[in-house]
Design a protein around this ligand. Structure first.
Ligand code: MN
Length: 524
C-alpha cells in the first residue's frame, strides 16, 4: 500500500454549504487558486445541480485550475450527474462524486416511497442498484468517479461491504466512507475501515476515503484512525468549517500526520507553509472567524505566554514547541503599509496574501486603501482583507450609503440620520433606537422599506489597538432568501451601516429565481 495520503478539500462545497452564504464564482475561484497553491490533491468545487451560479463557479474552476483534480458533487440522480458532467467538461482531471444513503436510518427515511421497495430488504437492493446506475452514468463523463456511502458511520457493515463491492465493480475509483452525522468514535471508525479492506474483495481497485464530521469533536481523530487503518484519501475543510460542528480540519490532519510521522508513517503532498494564508482567506471570505485557541491556525496556537514557558522556550525551542510557526507560514515580522505605499506595493502585498486582482479591482481597492491609511496610518494584512471583501463585491449596488450621522451618549436618545443613493434617486430619513446601531438600522430599514429580518450581528476588531478597523458581519433573511453583509471601517457604527446596506444589496441581487435549497441535496 502507498504511504501517500491524498488530501481532498471540500471547503468550497461542504464548507460553503454551512456558512449560510454563497460565495460568488469570483470568490470561489480566488479560494480555489489558493487551494492549488496549498497543493491539495482534489478540490471539491461545488454541487452544480444546486443552482446555475454554482454550476458556473465549478465550470470556471475546472477551466482555470490545472494542478489538483477538480471534483463536483451529485446525488445518485441522472440530472445531478449530467450537471456535473457539464460543469467539469473542460477540466483536465475531472472527478464526479456521487452516492447514496447506506445506513438503515437513511434508507428508510429518505426512500420511504414504495417505488424503492416495500421493506428494508427490498429497499436495500434497490439502493445498491441506484448506486451502480449512478456510477455507470458518471463514468460516461469522467474516468475518475468517487462514490459516497452516505451515513456509512451508522450503517450495517455487512451491507456496506456489499454496496462497496458493487459500485467498485461498476467503475468507482474511490469509495468515500462518510461519518455524516459525526457519530463514530475513533476505534470503531478505524475498525470499519479495516473491515472494508478485509471484506470487500475488489477493494484493491479503489482508494478508501474518510469524510468525518465534528459533532462530538472527533472529526480529526476519526479521520486519523481511518488513515491508520488503510484509508489513503482524507476529506476535510480549511479551518474545519462545514455542516453543523464542521468537518475534519485539513490543517490539523496534515500537521498531525507530519508531526507524528513516526507513528503514522505516511505523508501528504500539501505545501503546509500555505496554511496560514489559506486559513485567513477562507475565514475572511466566508465571514467565519477562527477561534484564537484553534489548533494549528488559531491566533494563540504559537503564543507562549506563561513566564515559565517563555524561559524554557528561549533556551530551547523544542522544550515547548512541537511545530515551528514558519512550517505553517506564520510570518514573524508583520508588513505594514501606509498612505505612502504605491499601487505596486499594494498589489505585491495582496498577491502575497493570495489575492490576484484585475486592474479595475486594484484601482478600486487602492482608492479605499488610501482612505483607510489616511485614518489609521498603519494598514495591516487583516485590514487589507477586510477592505477587499467589502470593496470588491460581485453584486451591483442597489443602495449606496451616502451620508450617516449619529447622535448618542450616556443621557442622549440615540438618533441616526442616513442618506442612501438608489439608482438616480436620493433617499433620506432619521430614526431613534435603543442604541446607535439600532437607530442606524431602523433609519436604513425605513428609507429602503425593506422587510428583511436581521438574524445575526457580529462585530470584531480586525487588528489590535483602539484605532483598529472594526468589521461587522450581518445575516439578513427575507422570505427564503438569505444574505451575509459585511462592512469595515475605523468607525464601528459606520461599519455596521455598511454591513447592513451590503446585505440588502446582496438580497436585491439574488432575484426571485435564486435557489437556496442545497440543504435538500446531498449532505454527506
Ligand atoms: Mn460532509
Amino acid at each position: 500500500m502507498t504511504d501517500k495520503v491524498l488530501v481532498f478539500d471540500t471547503t468550497l462545497r461542504d464548507g460553503e454549504q454551512a456558512a449560510g452564504t454563497r460565495l460568488g464564482s469570483r470568490d470561489k475561484l480566488m479560494v480555489a487558486r489558493q487551494l492549488a497553491r496549498l497543493n491539495v490533491d482534489i478540490i471539491e468545487a461545488g454541487y452544480p445541480a444546486s443552482s446555475p451560479e454554482d454550476l458556473h463557479a465549478v465550470q470556471q474552476i475546472a477551466e482555470e485550475i490545472t494542478g489538483p483534480i477538480i471534483c463536483a458533487l451529485s446525488r445518485a440522480v441522472a440530472e445531478d450527474i449530467r450537471a456535473c458532467g457539464k460543469a467539469l467538461a473542460k477540466a483536465k482531471r475531472p472527478r464526479i462524486h456521487t452516492g447514496i444513503g447506506a445506513s438503515d436510518v437513511h434508507i428508510l427515511g429518505k426512500f420511504r416511497d414504495e417505488k424503492y421497495g416495500r421493506d428494508l430488504t427490498e429497499k436495500r437492493v434497490r439502493i445498491v442498484e441506484m448506486g451502480i446506475e449512478a456510477v455507470k452514468l458518471a463514468r460516461q463523463y469522467a474516468d475518475d468517479v468517487q462514490f459516497y456511502a452516505e451515513d456509512a458511520g451508522r450503517s450495517d457493515p455487512a451491507f456496506l461491504f456489499l454496496m462497496l463491492q458493487a459500485v467498485i465493480e461498476a467503475g468507482a475509483t474511490v469509495v468515500n466512507i462518510p461519518d455524516t452525522t459525526g457519530y463514530s468514535v475513533p476505534e470503531q471508525y478505524g475498525a470499519l475501515i479495516r473491515g472494508i479492506r478485509e471484506n470487500v474483495p475488489n477493494i484493491d481497485r479503489a482508494t478508501i476515503s474518510v469524510h468525518c464530521h465534528n459533532d462530538l469533536g472527533m472529526a480529526v481523530s476519526n479521520a486519523l484512525a481511518g488513515i491508520r487503518n488503510g484509508a489513503r484519501q482524507v476529506e476535510g475543510t480549511i479551518n474545519g468549517i462545514g455542516e453543523r460542528a464542521g468537518n475534519a480540519a485539513i490543517e490539523e490532519v496534515v500537521m498531525a500526520l507530519r508531526t507524528r510521522a513516526d507513528y503514522y508513517g505516511v505523508h501528504t503532498g500539501v505545501e503546509a507553509r500555505e496554511f496560514c494564508r489559506t486559513s485567513r482567506m477562507v475565514a475572511d471570505m466566508l465571514g467565519m472567524a477562527v477561534p484564537p485557541n484553534k489548533a494549528v491556525v488559531g491566533a494563540n496556537a504559537f503564543a507562549h505566554s506563561s513566564g515559565i514557558h517563555v524561559d524554557g522556550f528561549l533556551k530551547n525551542r523544542d522544550t515547548y514547541e512541537i511545530m515551528r510557526p514558519e512550517d505553517i507560514g506564520l510570518e514573524e515580522s508583520r508588513v505594514v503599509l501606509t498612505a505612502r505605499t504605491g499601487r505596486h506595493g499594494l498589489r505585491d502585498r495582496l498577491n502575497k496574501l493570495g489575492y490576484e486582482l484585475s486592474k479595475e479591482e486594484l484601482d478600486q481597492a487602492y482608492a479605499r486603501f488610501l482612505l483607510v491609511a489616511d485614518k489609521k496610518q498603519e494598514v495591516f494584512d487583516e485590514d487589507l482583507a477586510a477592505i477587499l471583501h467589502e470593496e470588491l463585491q460581485p453584486v451591483p449596488d442597489a443602495f449606496l450609503l451616502d451620508y450617516l450621522q449619529i447622535y448618542s451618549g450616556t443621557s442622549a436618545i440615540p438618533t441616526a440620520t442616513v442618506r442612501l443613493r438608489a439608482k438616480d434617486e436620493v433617499r433620506q430619513g432619521a430614526s431613534i433606537g435603543n442604541g446607535p446601531v439600532d437607530a442606524v438600522y431602523r433609519a436604513i430599514a425605513s428609507v429602503t422599506k425593506t422587510s428583511a429580518r436581521l438574524t445575526r450581528y457580529d462585530i470584531r476588531a480586525v487588528t489590535s489597538g483602539t484605532e483598529a478597523m472594526g468589521e461587522v458581519t450581518v445575516r439578513l433573511e427575507q422570505g427564503d432568501k438569505k444574505a451575509t453583509g459585511r462592512g469595515a471601517s475605523t468607525d464601528v457604527i459606520e461599519a455596521s451601516a455598511r454591513a447592513y446596506v451590503d446585505g440588502l444589496n446582496k438580497l436585491a441581487s439574488q432575484g426571485e429565481a435564486a435557489r437556496d435549497d442545497v440543504g435538500s441535496g446531498p449532505s454527506l
